[in-house]
Design a protein around this ligand. Structure first.
Ligand code: NAD
Length: 485
């Protein structure tokens, strides 16, 4: 019998599901059991061509609609997503293995927030009038054209919406390629946008590995590329886009610092560290995986952290009581286990976890290492799993320097009850998305993105509009033209 997660077809192009089984088969494995639940096929050159030509042709008419009309469609799509939240959350859980307890509140709901927010903004995108004496300049905020979105596997619905919603609000069309690891959810986003009234061809989804992504990025018809992925992929995609002088948004990896001062509320700091390391089993780009704890509260912090981490419920992700799911794939599990071994070898002190959980599926126990030093591998490289490194520090000045000593710059957090210190420290941290006495909140109203190797551009908020549109300026002369001859 066909599994309920099996999509009708692999691709969604020009308002309909499209299949081409001559592409490379991509098995979809449910991370909680290891069973294959679906198959999709990578886009062939013919499918890539169909998606790009369709999206290119559809864009001009879409851009001619008023922003209010476009916005109404996006907001209708948000409503449909919310109505279908349970079904979409179950699919997200099949796609990623994340527990339903999380997906019910963090995925389709966050996608719907983006559709609603950018749908609301679409009618207010205007230019300026700039007086020049009797003459004037006016500016027009125009669409970029055809945008490509490429997703990572940790938030397949959210990423499809965070890229699609601002792109469409500004009058662009999109071809979205989900991660080959989680190909299912973006198809639902396309289907829902179509049901909400998006014209055929405006939002298309095609499947495939890196080479399909590369074919999209290098196509001369594409005006913008928005990637969520790792730093090595980001460097390749940025370079390929630069060759065609395309606009880019790069949402890449991190190794973010979470700094906990002696005067912090310990329960809240422990809660922040748990949210910043173990949500989605640690597969979150903005995670605060280097937890710097001032020496005065170190042992108290570690004791409560171990106690509360012991309350994680590992199990069937479809059981709403489960609070901690598996790694997305067996490969990712093995990468994480490899880092745990490195941590042990290099002399970090294991506080809890530290091994594969004794159950079916790709579960790794939530793991905390203490006495981690700046040079250890687990403190330097992005692990993308449930491995928290706790490092000690003495002074504010010292911790700022150490926190910034990384190629990454996605996020940073500070826990302290001294508000002057909180703002002073945050002001000096090299990161794009920061938190004071909190961690990992990502509301659509706030800009999200990194500095340094963690990325270029911003998603969400009004900032995202700047990255999916461009300004045309028009000088209007009222009098005669003066010329030298
Ligand atoms: P990845 O870099 O392996 O792949 C990302 C996407 O790029 C996939 O769809 C992949 O098929 C595609 N791709 C690979 N090579 C390509 C190429 N040459 N041209 C075009 N596309 C190509 O990343 P992943 O393993 O799927 O995701 C994990 C990474 O993503 C982590 O580093 C994580 O930090 C990062 N991430 C960042 C954010 C953010 O918003 N900053 C969010 C989630 C994940």
């Amino acid at each position: 019998m066909t599994h309920p997660a099996q999509p009708k077809a692999s691709h969604f192009i020009n308002g309909a599901y499209v299949e081409d089984t001559s592409g490379t088969p991509i098995p979809v494995i449910y991370a909680a059991t290891g069973e294959q639940i679906a198959t999709v096929y990578a886009a062939t050159p013919a499918i890539v061509e169909q998606a790009l030509s369709t999206a290119k042709a559809a864009q001009k008419e879409w851009a001619k609609m008023t922003g209010t009309e476009r916005g109404r469609i996006l907001r209708r799509a948000a409503d449909i997503m919310r109505e279908r939240n349970h079904e979409l959350s179950v699919l997200e859980t099949y796609d990623t293995g994340k527990p339903l307890q999380e997906t019910l509140v963090a995925d389709a709901t966050s996608g719907a927030d983006a559709l609603e927010y950018f749908g609301g903004l679409a009618g207010s995108l205007t230019g300026e009038h700039i007086p020049m004496g009797e003459d004037w300049v006016y500016t027009m905020r125009e669409a970029l054209g055809l945008c490509v979105g490429i997703g990572a596997w940790n938030y397949p619905t959210q990423i499809a919406c965070w890229k699609g919603a601002p792109a469409l609000a500004c009058g662009n069309s999109m071809v979205f390629k989900p991660s080959e690891t989680t190909p299912l959810c973006a198809l639902k986003v396309a289907e829902i946008l179509h049901e909400a009234g998006a014209p055929a061809g405006i939002y298309n989804v095609i499947q495939g590995m890196g080479e399909v992504g590369a074919a999209l990025v290098t196509d001369p018809r594409v005006d913008k590329v928005s990637l969520t992925g790792s730093v090595p992929t980001g460097k390749k995609v940025y370079a390929a886009a630069a060759a065609g002088m395309k606009h880019v948004t790069m949402e890449l990896g991190g190794k973010s610092p979470l700094i906990i001062f002696d005067d912090a509320d310990v329960e809240n700091a422990v809660g922040g560290a748990i949210n910043g390391n173990f949500y989605s089993s640690g597969q979150v780009c903005s995670n605060g995986t280097r937890v710097f704890v001032q020496k005065g509260i170190k042992e108290k912090f570690l004791a409560r952290l171990a106690e509360r981490t012991g309350n994680a419920i590992l199990g069937d992700p479809m059981d709403e009581a489960t609070s901690f799911g598996p790694m997305v794939t067996e490969n990712q599990m093995n990468i994480v286990l490899g880092y745990i071994e490195k941590g042990k070898e290099e002399g970090a002190r294991l506080i809890c976890g530290g091994k594969r959980a004794d159950m079916d599926g790709f579960f790794v126990e939530p793991t905390v290492f203490a006495d981690v030093t700046d040079d250890m591998t687990i403190a330097r490289e992005e692990i993308f799993g449930p491995v928290m490194s706790v490092l000690d520090f003495d002074t504010e000045e010292e911790v700022i320097a150490r926190a910034n000593d990384t190629e990454f710059g996605l996020s940073a957090g500070v826990f302290t009850n001294d508000f002057s210190r909180a703002h002073r420290v945050i002001g000096q941290l090299e990161a794009g998305s920061c938190f004071i006495n909190s961690y990992n909140d990502a509301p659509v109203e706030a800009p999200f993105g990194g500095v340094k190797a963690s990325g270029v551009g911003r998603e969400n908020s009004k900032e995202a509009i700047k990255h999916f549109s461009q300004v045309k300026s028009v000088y209007v002369r009222m009098g005669d033209v003066e010329a030298a001859f």
